[in-house]
Design a protein around this ligand. Sequence first.
Ligand SMILES: Nc1ncnc2c1ncn2[C@@H]1O[C@H](COP(=O)(O)OP(=O)(O)OP(=O)(O)O)[C@@H](O)[C@H]1O
Ligand SMILES: [Mg+2]
Length: 417
Amino acid sequence: MKVLLIGSGGREHALAQALNRDPQLEELHVAPGNPGIAEIALCHLIDTDDNHVVVALAQKLEIDLVVIGPEKPLVNGLADALRKANIAVFGPSAAAAQLEGSKDFAKQVMHDAGVPTARSFTCTTKSEMEAALSTFGSPYVVKHDGLAAGKGVVVTDDRTLALDHAFLSPRVVIEEFLDGPEVSLFGISDGTTVLAMQPAQDFKRAFDGDLGPNTGGMGAYSPLPWAPRNIVAETLTKVLQPTIAEMKARNTPFVGLLYAGLALTKNGIRVIEFNARFGDPETQVLLPRLKTPLAALLYQAATGNLKDAPVLEWFDDCAVTVVLASQGYPTAPKTGEVITGISAVTDASVFHAGTVLKDGVLHSSGGRVLTVTGIGASLAEARSKAYESISKIRLRGSHYRSDIALAASTPSKIGEN
Ligand SMILES: Nc1ncnc2c1ncn2[C@@H]1O[C@H](COP(=O)(O)OP(=O)(O)OP(=O)(O)O)[C@@H](O)[C@H]1O
Ligand SMILES: [Mg+2]
């Protein structure tokens, strides 16, 4: 099988590594990729925002399956353009990607499908916004309706801040605050059938102790020793299956990765959000643990054949990933610094995200630069491998959290993030 993967982050590096492990894979192409991905696949420096260019590349390379990593090309209709050209693609249509692209649309789908989520109002006027904040009270949760690159959501006790954020967008979803630990749980779907993956937890805040600004994610781990035993089965029946059925009933079947961000509240699971693609950095801990060959699995999903797919199989190992971030990330990341020490890492996987080669020397080029995944028999072992490895990498001014999976690997603290 010849696969073309779209994207250039740590998620795509982990996808590339997992696709490469599948014996059915003959060629792996990535567009645009990054220096780390270029070590294990053929990279093509094309403009992936231009659907025609991607379709032309897939045709030229006689690609059997395109896997789309990031949300932007999905919302941009890349999957539609590929399907129109009769190319199998793992990734939802623009219409189905609205589950991520519009918070209001996701709420409507969940409402119609009976999926448990926070009560909410979609507001377009100032008086509606004020009334919604009063209905739910503090802490206030205000979400801009459209894609906002991680900056669209504010959770605050400060009503003025909440209102100011709401006024920035013509359409906002204001919802009740959900109290409880957060879990990411992904479903792989062919539009009809959906297979649930194992849960992971990510760390959104920049600094230790869940302090500082929100980020794209500073680390993740899987499995979750503290999670309820039935969480996968429950999420499958209460969230993933009804959502996939509702999308099909609306004639916009969701083919791809349905990311459910959940809050485990005292009243049960609630959906915080959907994304329409693999999470980053959760993918960097989930895929190293997945035993089922990935290329064949995603091909079955892309071609509507998941009901014949075997159940997902997992290694017993635990995985912990830690993100190395540039100085100033997320507020004002400083890029263009030299990165050294990766070759000294022997006991972990280093996934590139914001890196670039300049005259053969690796430099930082983004806020999140690398993700380092340790694997071990326990979370504690996986953690120490990840941290020992990341400490060998040198990047001036960089920072990483020191408490990824700390509570989960310390039995007395289980349940705390
Ligand atoms: N109803 C809620 N109650 C409590 N916290 C919430 C709620 N909704 C969102 N949050 C917090 O805000 C974060 C971001 O919200 P959400 O996931 O909807 O935004 P997003 O910008 O789409 O995030 P992502 O970048 O992960 O896709 C959540 O991970 C969660 O920590
Ligand atoms: Mg989102």
